[in-house]
Ligand binder design. Sequence first.
Ligand code: DQA
Length: 148
Amino acid sequence: MTAGDIRVAVLHGPNINTLGRRPAAHYGTITLPDLEQQIRGWAAERGIRVGCFQTNDEGAFLSHLHGLSGLVDAAIVNPGAWTHYQWSIRDALEILGAPFVEVHLSDVEAREPHRKISVVREIAAKAIWGKGPEGYREALDAIPGLLQ
Ligand code: DQA
């Protein structure tokens, strides 16, 4: 599979739409539209096709994931707070049947104890945290290797 054939879903969970208003020490000042634009630019440079989606609604997130089966080769997922406790998201990612990279903007390992827990980590192909927007670039770079 050449990069130009790779289809990647970029999925954001709750509160990620408020980037720019969240504590800058953890999340910087970038907004979600700007982050998505940056991701689209990095993907275009690599010839990867991306589609971006964000919701604060768990049911909408699950339905969106169900609808992606067979339509994407990989995903980049920042489930926000769902990461730490929402098993239905873990199950839906398993149902997706495509490798995914778990990304967190902030350094979840260096924050409150509950943020060290990830219920999706055991099925993630890779996890990246604490690198801000750069984490998404790293995820895009990792994806071709995950599909070999
Ligand atoms: C986050 C980290 C989570 O703990 C938090 O609930 C978020 C964002 C991150 O990108 O660093 O909403 O996933």
